[in-house]
Design a protein around this ligand. Structure first.
Ligand SMILES: [Zn+2]
Length: 120
């Protein structure tokens, strides 16, 4: 849809830079010449960066926590494993041997009920 102000424009559209005292031809789809546009863009980006700095840092932090896997240096065996230990549904003889009294009684009860299995 053509906007009304375009149809009723009194003066022809300017073809030069809108910056005062600059007669260079303006860029396509911008009202500034190439030089002034570069300067404006640099300024805009700097101010945008300053305005959104905290937000960007926060985003980077959460991104690293969710997607980045190698956060340690050196060989993989030095990596801190933050995963929870697997929940096993079997006990071995060694497990039984190492258990202390209270725990042993509780786990033997589980084995007898059939919640856990005993393997060799
Ligand atoms: Zn200019």
């Amino acid at each position: 849809m053509t906007k009304r102000y375009k149809l009723t424009r009194r003066q022809p559209k300017s073809t030069t830079c809108s910056k005062e005292g600059c007669d260079a031809p303006k860029m396509e789809k911008h009202k500034l010449c190439e030089q002034h546009y570069e300067a404006w863009k640099a300024e805009y980006q700097a101010s945008y960066y300053l305005a959104h700095q905290e937000k960007a840092k926060e985003y980077q932090k959460t991104y690293n926590l969710t997607y980045k896997k190698k956060q340690h240096r050196g060989p993989a065996r030095n990596a801190v494993k933050e995963q929870r230990p697997e929940k096993r549904d079997t006990f071995t003889i060694i497990d039984i041997r190492d258990m202390t009294g209270d725990k042993l009684a509780r786990n033997l009860d589980r084995i007898l009920k059939g919640e856990r299995a005993l393997t060799v």
